[in-house]
Design a protein around this ligand. Structure first.
Ligand SMILES: *Cc1c(COP(=O)(O)O)cnc(C)c1O
Length: 394
């Protein structure tokens, strides 16, 4: 069986977890501090704050930039559902903009028409590791004085050509970037997330909110020779990462350059091999972007049934996934819980269908994700391509 992905965890990670367990301090502590410092260095960010997941990272990011109940946040429906959910955690309304069909990322030409006087932020996504068009998005955001939060869940190691040089996603080019360490992503701590920003006040807010709004972290109380009474100026959350996770994350960071390189080699090879299959649409990487290829998503030839192709692959022992979901098509998103750019009386927006989100819906139905993981060998990749070729001939 060829899986869709496989986290690259080994003895080094096991040893790191063991070291922390035997140290006697397992919750947020010195390992988290070190992981934050090393992650910040890797992406080139002034501040990095570790949390329990990318979902909680995104929630804190929206709170920090000032999203309040009744506000609108512009984003894409075509993403993992957490992207839209965090907007609703804040009591705000997601306003969905369609994607570009070839990059699966937010179409910046649709962005401006989604801005209203209730818009409080833009939440863009580097979908499956492909940097979105930040230059265009940020220019429009600046024009309207809107902060840009980047959902970079899958983009640890992605790069963008920015002001004359290649930079890592997460520097951040926007205002805040959020990453995931779920096993389906590029590197993993089991679960976990990271928030990067250049704004020291927001960074301080993340640190307060992730630990119950507690004025003095328990590490400080623990290490103090004076008695300290903490206070709780605001309502916070428990969104902490543990030191066990952080120690694993530090080992994963060491592997990261090799992982990204391998993923890029495999993606390039997929592109070359799949170009031979008539009608298969290949993912497009703009010349200013370098993806991590967290997922390799191909468009099926016209008239091919997604489920049948996927079943045929599964019968051949190959796991695939359908294209990225659309949040507005889920029952958790009744029509009054979201909006789309310029929705009006004539619109027939409904659960399952929105004519303004045509490319999002089409990408969900007409694409499939092929296995890609750093341990994959050339024989396995050849077999995937051969099996897809066979599945499409049926
Ligand atoms: C996976 C993912 C998330 C959620 O990440 P968690 O760490 O599992 O909370 C959010 N956004 C996108 C685009 C994702 O792919």
């Amino acid at each position: 069986m060829i899986p869709i992905t496989k986290p690259m965890l080994g003895e080094n990670e096991a040893e790191a977890a063991r070291r922390v367990i035997l140290s006697g301090w397992t919750s947020q502590g010195p390992e988290v501090v070190a992981f934050e410092r090393e992650f910040a260095e890797y992406v080139g960010a002034p501040h990095a704050c570790a949390v329990s997941s990318c979902t909680t990272a995104l929630h804190l990011a929206l709170l920090a930039v000032g999203v309040l109940p009744g506000d609108e946040v512009i984003t894409v429906s075509h993403s993992f559902i957490a992207t839209a959910n965090v907007i609703r955690y804040c009591g705000a309304t997601p306003v969905f903009v369609d994607i570009e069909p070839d990059t699966f990322n937010l179409d910046p030409t649709q962005l401006e028409s989604a801005v209203t006087d209730r818009t409080r932020a833009i939440l863009c996504v580097h979908q499956i590791g492909m940097p979105c068009d930040l230059a265009e998005i940020i220019e429009i955001a600046r024009r309207h004085s809107l902060p840009v939060v980047e959902d970079a869940a899958c983009a640890i190691g992605s790069e963008i050509f920015w002001q004359g040089q290649w930079e890592k996603i997460g520097k951040p080019q926007g205002d805040v970037a959020c990453f995931s360490f779920h096993p389906r992503k590029v590197i993993s701590t089991g679960d976990g997330g990271m928030i990067t920003t250049a704004n020291p006040e927001w960074d301080a807010k993340f640190r307060l909110l992730r630990q119950h709004g507690m004025s003095v972290p328990d590490t400080v109380r623990h290490g103090s020779s004076q008695v300290i009474f903490e206070s709780y100026p605001i309502v916070g959350y428990n969104y902490r990462m543990t030191d066990i996770q952080a120690a694993v994350g530090r080992e994963q960071l060491k592997r990261l350059p090799g992982i990204v390189e391998k993923r890029r080699d495999l993606a390039a090879r997929y592109k070359k091999l799949l170009a031979e299959i008539p009608g298969v649409g290949l993912p497009v990487e703009p010349d200013w972007a370098r993806s991590t290829w967290q997922s390799f998503c191909v468009r099926l030839p016209l008239g091919k049934d997604q489920r049948r192709v996927m079943q045929s692959m599964l019968d051949a022992g190959i796991a695939t996934r359908r294209g990225i979901m659309c949040s507005h098509r889920e029952d958790a998103y009744p029509v009054d819980s979201w909006s789309c750019a310029g929705r009006n009386q004539e619109c027939s927006c409904a659960v399952g269908f929105c004519r303004k989100l045509r490319h999002s819906q089409e990408a969900q139905e007409k694409t499939i994700i092929l296995p890609l993981f750093p341990q994959m060998d050339i024989e396995q990749q050849d077999y995937v391509v051969k099996s897809l070729f066979g599945a499409l001939r049926d």
